[in-house]
Design a protein around this ligand. Structure first.
Ligand SMILES: [Zn+2]
Ligand SMILES: [Zn+2]
Length: 139
């Protein structure tokens, strides 16, 4: 559900980001992380570590990072998804330290679409428009 290309934009100003919904990281033996871009994710992870994909998964060394924008400065970066209902809580913007982030790749259901106009956070740049997100191309 996180795969594909996603876009977030503001209807009131020119604020806009387009990005992969998620990236995959592999943890090297020394604990640092390497990005494994699509579509060669598996091969790059194996070449980077010299281990099989299955081994890496079992060891918890394959990590997903979801594209999120900061609701204060608007910077886009990739952060872990927490297993809670409010995924962005607990992580802060790398650029400004603001704790509220907005996940790009999230499908809004019918109800969500109805309420999106009220629930969507305000644009970090103009503070007027409500952020809109859409899937540009499914992975
Ligand atoms: Zn920020
Ligand atoms: Zn705006």
């Amino acid at each position: 559900m996180l795969s594909g290309t996603w876009r977030v934009s503001c209807p009131e100003c020119s604020y806009e980001h387009q990005s992969a919904g998620a990236i995959t990281m592999v943890v090297r033996d020394d604990g640092t992380e390497a990005i494994c871009p699509e579509p060669d994710t598996l091969r790059i992870a194996e070449e980077t570590t010299g281990k099989r994909w299955g081994e890496l998964e079992v060891a918890g060394r394959i990590r997903k990072r979801a594209a999120q924008v900061c609701l204060s400065c608007g910077a886009l970066d990739f952060y872990p998804l927490a297993p809670s209902a409010r995924p962005s809580q607990g992580y802060a913007c790398r650029s400004c330290g603001h704790p509220r982030l907005f996940v790009l790749a999230e499908k809004t259901g019918l109800l969500g679409a109805l309420f999106a106009g009220f629930l969507a956070p305000r644009c970090p740049i103009c503070k007027e428009g409500r952020l809109q997100r859409s899937c540009v191309s499914p992975g």
